[in-house]
Design a binder for this molecule. Structure first.
Ligand SMILES: [Zn+2]
Ligand SMILES: [Zn+2]
Length: 346
């Protein structure tokens, strides 16, 4: 797929020639079923062979191997009652939420999904690794499904439309199905030429687990050197990793669910995307989702001066020190159109 197809208003082109994930046309073949150990290794390294023999019905089944760690992260939050809280732990949770939301929105979304700015190869890899600390799979998996979302938004082919599968499915269940486990390679051909990104895609969970280890180590260090802070390794792990990640998860997911249901639609896109001030605030600008569906290619998603877009501010900062370049602007005609539309609820 050519990413420029996501560059114009309405993203009118729907490439029906390349939307079928690898393995779709392969008939189920179970004569030589691989061992449990081998299948676990494939699962662990996101190997496409893990789900290559699925029937269409099996693709809609929940992937229990995925659900266990996902539910475990939520249950881990309950440990706040055991470890207590401190200002340092709360500050770490908030900081890691804000930073990782920026990594997801600015890097996974605006860079890897929409190529809304340019970056050197080393910076690109750093952005990919930082994004992976959010625990939302690798940048290519994320971008591939997101590109599919734009191309088929709120149709039956949309991976997470609340219109077709319900709000809960669009919020959480969609990425826990066996069919959506796979990387849609056809959608990210532009990134597959980078071996370092392909490797990260296999080991996308490593930065995430390193973050957990880093939280624990930081708490342990603070306890030994600054006991007055009242924190420790377990407390920092629970707040900085578990709580921060789960809140980050649901804020991110709300763009797929709430931002396609509740809010205003100043632009008459053919999907159900909405602008939602509160979502924009908590997701650092992603809540201007109707703007974004109307013109997905720009680095900026708030089209009016009062449409707060903190990720764009962050990107401007990175550009000002030369780490990234060529932030793609919103065309004047689109800005003028945004000024002329008060927004209507549909
Ligand atoms: Zn959307
Ligand atoms: Zn997008």
């Amino acid at each position: 797929m050519n990413s420029t197809r996501l560059s114009g208003p309405h993203t009118p082109d729907r490439d029906t020639t390349s939307v079928v994930p690898a393995g779709e046309f392969t008939a189920p073949h179970r004569a030589t079923r691989p061992s449990v150990g081998r299948r676990f290794l494939w699962w662990l390294t996101n190997d496409p062979r893990h789900q290559s023999q699925l029937t269409p019905a099996e693709k809609n089944e929940l992937d229990w191997l995925r659900i266990v760690p996902f539910v475990g992260l939520h249950l881990g939050c309950l440990m706040v009652f055991a470890v207590g809280v401190s200002t340092a732990a709360l500050a770490a949770a908030i900081a890691l939420y804000v930073l990782r939301m920026f990594f997801v929105t600015a890097f996974y979304h605006r860079y890897f999904s929409h190529r809304a700015f340019r970056a050197g190869r080393a910076t690109q890899l750093v952005m990919a690794i930082l994004g992976a600390t959010a625990g939302q799979r690798g940048p290519l998996w994320w971008a591939a499904h997101h590109r599919e979302h734009h191309l088929s938004a709120d149709t039956a082919k949309d991976p997470h439309s609340p219109e077709h599968r319900g709000v809960f499915f669009s919020h959480t269940l969609w990425f826990l199905t066996r069919g959506n486990f796979q990387l849609q390679r056809e959608r990210v051909k532009d990134w597959l030429k980078y071996p370092e990104l392909r490797l990260l895609e296999k080991l996308d969970w490593v930065p995430f687990l390193l973050l957990a280890a880093g939280c624990y180590a930081t708490g342990w260090f603070l306890e030994s050197r600054y006991p007055g802070l009242g924190t420790n390794g377990a407390q920092m792990l629970v707040w900085g990793f578990f709580v921060s990640t789960v809140v980050l998860y649901h804020a991110t997911y709300s763009i797929n669910s709430i931002a396609h249901r509740y809010g205003r639609r100043p632009f008459p896109t053919r999907d159900q995307s909405r602008n939602n001030f509160w979502l924009a605030l908590f997701t650092l600008g992603e809540g201007w989702h109707n703007n974004h569906h109307y013109y997905p290619a720009s680095a900026r998603q708030g089209f009016r001066w009062w449409q707060i877009d903190i990720s764009y501010v962050g990107l401007r900062l990175l550009a000002s020190v030369g780490l990234i370049t060529d932030l793609r602007p919103v065309p004047r005609a689109v800005l003028a159109a945004a000024r002329g539309r008060k927004g209507s609820l549909q």
